[in-house]
Write a protein that binds this ligand. Structure first.
Ligand code: FAD
Length: 331
């Protein structure tokens, strides 16, 4: 009898497992999409069961075609409606809730981007679930790892909610690759009747020919020590020599030396490039929180005791206004 019991428990467990399924929220940008979705798809694939991508916006059908060709996507559900443009949380969360019910999804993933951070808490509230934010590892269907205290500790979180609402740290999961086969596309039910409490007015996007900070393979960042907006030019010059994206510390941003979209850190962008060059940056924990997963870290600082050197693979002690021009010339 005990063998039988075990056997039937095993079957029950298998049945539970096979009923797992994930939705992944894909933020559309016109006929394109935010590539953080590709990292979220990789995270969702750690959960057994189908991975259904949700695409919404006025050009959702075109985006759905592109997402259908991503490896690991079982199906794409799209809602072609301008009401979903710019991922307003009221409309997008309402749509995701409807699709969660329709698909019977047990997990809903989004990248931990501005849109993901805006939409998912509202969805979690609608589903009466405790959101699990900024995960860096999917250990099992109910257990996740996430940084706390600005990345100084890693918490392992176990969720007993039946539906798990998760945002994913994009740098912790590789982007899902393109696949030779396309998944099925399916049109979602007509627009959800949600009353938006917010309205999209406009966006000011800093235009740059340099690689995007979030995805650049190399990043050169400047700190307070560059002293002025003119002084920051040296950072751009080195970045251009290296084909790198440009970052900055909060002190440099707050002093107006560069645009605030360049801020790296706890309250800025989180980056993990192959090469990170920190110039005239002391290495405060809030800055380290945004770049310490970089593969190779180079620090240039005139203070040999600056905390950044504890994190750096290579350190140059000296005046940036001497060292950086020399580096530019030698490269
Ligand atoms: P400083 O700490 O002033 O360091 C300047 C460095 O330059 C020093 O080490 C100095 O030795 C060196 N230096 C000076 N002159 C030269 C020279 N000529 N050549 C070479 N080196 C030189 N900070 C962030 O960066 N990102 C964040 O997201 C962020 N979020 C925060 C959130 C909160 C809630 C708080 C409280 C703070 C946050 N901060 C953040 C601020 C952070 O604590 C630091 O104040 C900031 O990172 C310091 O910037 P810095 O290293 O450029 O300046």
């Amino acid at each position: 009898s005990s063998v039988l019991k075990q056997h039937s428990f095993g079957r029950f467990y298998a049945a539970q497992k096979s009923s797992l399924s994930s939705l992944v929220f894909v933020e559309t940008k016109g006929s394109g999409y935010d590539e953080g979705a590709l990292n979220a798809i990789t995270a969702a694939r750690k959960i057994s069961g189908p991975v259904v991508a949700v695409v919404a916006g006025s050009e959702a059908d075109a985006v759905a075609k592109a997402i259908a060709k991503i490896e690991g996507v079982t199906k794409v559900v799209f809602a072609k409606d301008a009401a979903y443009d710019h991922a307003l949380p009221e409309t997008t969360a309402a749509l995701l809730k409807v699709l969660q019910e329709k698909e019977g999804a047990t997990h809903i993933f989004a990248p931990h981007t501005a849109a993901g951070k805006n939409v998912m808490p509202r969805l979690a509230a609608l589903l009466d679930a405790q959101q699990i934010s900024d995960v860096i590892s999917v250990e099992s269907e109910d257990t996740f790892m996430r940084p706390v205290y600005a990345g100084n500790a890693i918490a392992t979180v176990q969720s007993s909610d039946p539906i798990r609402v998760i945002t994913v740290r994009t740098t912790a999961f590789p982007a899902a690759a393109a696949s030779a086969e396309a998944a099925a596309e399916e049109e979602a039910a007509p627009a959800v009747n949600a009353q938006p409490l917010s309205t999209w007015l406009k966006e000011d996007v800093a235009k740059s020919d340099r690689p995007d900070l979030a995805t650049a393979k190399r990043v050169v960042s400047g700190g307070r020590a560059v002293k002025s907006a003119e002084g920051f030019q040296i950072i751009y010059d080195l970045a251009d020599k290296l084909g790198a994206g440009v970052g900055a510390s909060r002190a440099a941003v707050d002093a107006g030396y560069c645009d605030n979209s360049l801020q790296v850190g706890q309250t800025g962008r989180i980056v993990a490039p192959d090469l990170y060059v920190a110039i005239g940056i002391s290495g405060a924990i809030q800055h380290l929180a945004g770049m310490k997963d970089s593969k190779v870290i180079v620090a240039i600082n005139k203070d040999a005791d600056a905390p950044i050197f504890q994190m750096a693979d290579y350190g140059l002690v000296g005046d940036l206004f001497t060292i950086v021009p020399e580096l530019i010339e030698k490269i």
